[in-house]
Design a protein around this ligand. Structure first.
Ligand code: ZN
Length: 277
């Protein structure tokens, strides 16, 4: 990093559930924290509907939410996150929440944290998850709203312009490795089946090598103890699978206000000198 007084670059991930940060984007959180980037997380819900154990052992939504919040905070420590914010929405109900209020809340966080880069899911919520889709929509609107002096939020904070916005863009190879680990990713929403929607390679702008950090990601995933029954196959996977799952992350750059060329290998390309640190 050049210049003793220059502030550290900042990355904000806007996600829906505890464990999205580890299973989804753990590789970039670990990698950039290790490089001295300040990493921040906003998670919309406590994931209190995520129970994979025997139904009779389910502690109920309030207690499970409390457990998952503490697991998230443990994972955040492993990943080197500077700050975790929970928005208090109910798991599975983000799409039904007041979208203007959600966007205002996110604008408040963006104006306070002042990130250079924002990362969220993609328009299909990776595999059609309505909470993920709602988070993507609100995060995208919030990046625009945060920069707009005419957009007000309760904190009345100074507008902030995010330099780059990314969507998490799964390849089909990673989708296959996930399904080998978790089984088929399929949801029934309003009687319609939703499956994973992988991105074609040509639409991926940004390929990030996170292979040096896969073990950190795996440590973070294992902090989500309440979810481990759902990860059983993952626990038994040989190391090669872990490398495929966590060793490279791919993104679609939705907007940039700084010059950059495709393909990128760094979310901060154009924001800090190349080859940093
Ligand atoms: Zn999720």
């Amino acid at each position: 990093m050049s210049g003793g007084t220059a502030r550290s670059p900042r990355l904000l991930c806007i996600l829906a559930h505890p464990d999205d940060e580890s299973l989804g984007v753990g590789g970039i959180l670990a990698k950039y924290a290790a490089q001295g980037v300040e990493t921040y997380l906003v998670t919309a819900t406590r994931g209190e509907k995520g129970w994979f154990g025997p139904p009779e052992d389910n502690p109920g939504p309030t207690e499970l939410g409390r457990i998952r919040e503490s697991e998230l905070k443990e994972a955040a420590k492993v990943l080197g996150l500077r700050e975790v914010n929970l928005l208090d929405y109910h798991d599975g109900e983000l799409e039904k929440a007041d979208q203007c209020v959600l966007t205002q809340q996110l604008v408040g966080h963006i104006r306070r944290i002042r990130p250079d880069v924002v990362v969220t899911f993609d328009q299909n919520g990776v595999y059609g998850h309505p909470d993920h889709i709602a988070a993507t929509r609100a995060a995208t609107a919030a990046v625009l709203g945060a920069a707009d002096a005419g957009f007000s939020e309760p904190g009345r904070l100074t507008p902030h312009t995010v330099s780059k916005l990314y969507y998490f863009a799964w390849t089909d190879e990673v989708r296959q490795a996930y399904e080998a680990a978790f089984g088929e990713l399929v949801m029934q929403i309003n009687g319609v089946e939703r499956r994973a929607v992988p991105w074609p390679h040509w639409a991926i702008s940004t390929w990030i090598d996170t292979s040096a950090h896969w073990e950190t990601v795996w440590e973070a995933i294992k902090c989500h103890c309440s979810q481990l029954p759902g990860y059983q196959k993952l626990l038994d996977l040989p190391e090669e699978y872990h490398r495929v799952l966590w060793g490279r992350l791919t993104f679609h750059r939705v907007l940039t206000l700084v010059p950059t060329t495709d393909p990128e290998d760094d979310l901060f390309a154009g924001i800090r000198p190349s080859g940093t640190p």
